[in-house]
Design a protein around this ligand. Structure first.
Ligand code: KIV
Ligand code: ZN
Length: 385
């Protein structure tokens, strides 16, 4: 099994979520937790963006020892210099430099021809190579770029000194099959491709960030980028906890692994949610409140008999203590009685039918039955005798 590197950009792309602004101590706390989670690379920010971001990136680079710390730079000397000043004391300083390549961005944003875009990219990488030991180059909006042009510019930046080539789906536009084909195309048409690592960076505008990241892995990507809880610009980035758990649960299929300490996932998710103020939806895969909750009678009965009937991820794997049986109108007798036993309110076989029907009547009127509701049902029954 070969290893996929996890590049976490919660503190850069994640912080670009509308309404999110992390101060230094919040960024530092998240970076320390990402180190415990054991991601390979932390993108700590965009040093040229503000004094605050510069300071955060510098402090994180200086104090994190078990991950490589990187910072983002546009293809201009000032950004690259700022990134170097912030990152140079890091354990493994690496630059993440980018330039847009798609026709839309070339025409309307950069106002540069293809030749000018190549020249700008090559000069930036050559300049960065005079400072940084590792350079990642990203083709912004790669997925809407003409493939022959993408292959040409990738070859040129590799020759200029880039060691990691990132293919961002900046606007979350691509489908899994097409994304895989881009990696195949580059492997076939870029002569120096074997000298570099290929990276995937997916946004979730059409809800395909995880499917696309997995397709990239199946087609040769050895690094995947994303954020905790999938936060990020617009609909967000690929959620790293979902990606890592998908690889783990389906390792029979993907035949790759990450070095993540999966047990730290729940703690990391809660911390990022608390500090960014971005609430995790209850039904979110892996870290949502309902991800390990069973409500219907059929499911509860199955899980009480054998967990794997309806649970493909053990809550313990990602740092949760246990699954939960939510008692409501869909619940069955088995879960009802099991919960009463757990609460020390065991009832006799004769009482079960009657109490269960009282429970069902009340459950019909409420979203969720609490432990207090159950205690009240049993107590009332005892008092009426
Ligand atoms: O989505 C994107 O294109 C980016 C780049 C800066 C890598 O975040
Ligand atoms: Zn992005």
């Amino acid at each position: 099994m070969h290893r996929i590197k996890i590049f976490d950009t919660t503190l850069r792309d994640g912080e670009q979520s509308a309404g999110v602004n992390l101060n230094f101590s919040e960024k530092f706390e998240i970076a320390k937790q990402l180190e415990r989670l054991n991601v390979d690379i932390i993108e700590a920010g965009f040093p040229a963006a503000s004094k605050g971001d510069f300071y955060s990136v510098q402090q994180i680079a200086n104090h994190i020892r078990n991950c490589s710390v990187t910072g983002l730079a546009r293809s201009v000397k000032g950004d690259i210099d700022a990134a170097w000043e912030a990152l140079k004391e890091g354990a493994e300083p690496r630059l993440h430099v980018f330039l847009a390549t798609s026709p839309i961005h070339r025409e309307f944003k950069l106002k540069q021809t293809k030749e000018q875009v190549i020249e700008t990219a090559v000069q930036a990488v050559q300049y960065a190579a005079t400072k940084f030991p590792i350079i990642q180059w990203s083709a912004e909006d790669a997925c809407r770029t003409e493939l022959p042009f993408l292959a040409e510019i990738v070859e040129k930046v590799i020759q200029a000194g880039a060691q990691v080539i990132n293919i961002p789906d900046t606007v979350g536009y691509i489908s899994p099959k097409e994304y895989g084909e881009i990696f195949q195309y580059l492997k076939k048409h870029v002569p120096s491709i074997s000298k570099v690592s290929l990276s995937a960076h997916c946004h979730d505008d059409l809800g395909m960030a995880i499917a696309n990241s997995l397709a990239a892995v199946e087609n040769g990507a050895t690094q995947v980028e994303g954020t905790i809880n999938g936060i990020g610009e617009r609909a967000g980035n690929a959620a790293l906890e979902e990606f890592a758990v998908a690889l783990y649960i389906r390792k029979d299929h993907y035949q790759v692994e990450t070095r993540l300490n999966l047990k730290e996932i729940s703690r990391t998710s809660r911390l990022v949610s608390k500090l960014t103020g971005m609430v995790v939806p209850a039904n979110k895969a892996v870290v949502g409140r309902n991800a390990f909750a069973h409500e219907s009678g059929i499911h509860q009965d199955g899980v009480l008999k054998e967990k794997t009937t309806y649970e493909i991820i053990s809550p313990d794997l990602v740092g949760y203590q246990s699954n939960s049986m939510v008692l409501g109108k869909h619940s069955g007798r088995h879960a009802f009685r099991n919960r009463l036993d757990e609460l020390g309110l065991s009832i006799s076989d004769e009482d079960v039918n009657h109490l269960f029907s009282v429970f069902k009547d009340l459950a019909d009127k409420k979203k969720e039955m609490t432990d207090d509701d159950l205690a009240a049902i049993v107590l009332e029954e005892k008092l009426s005798k």
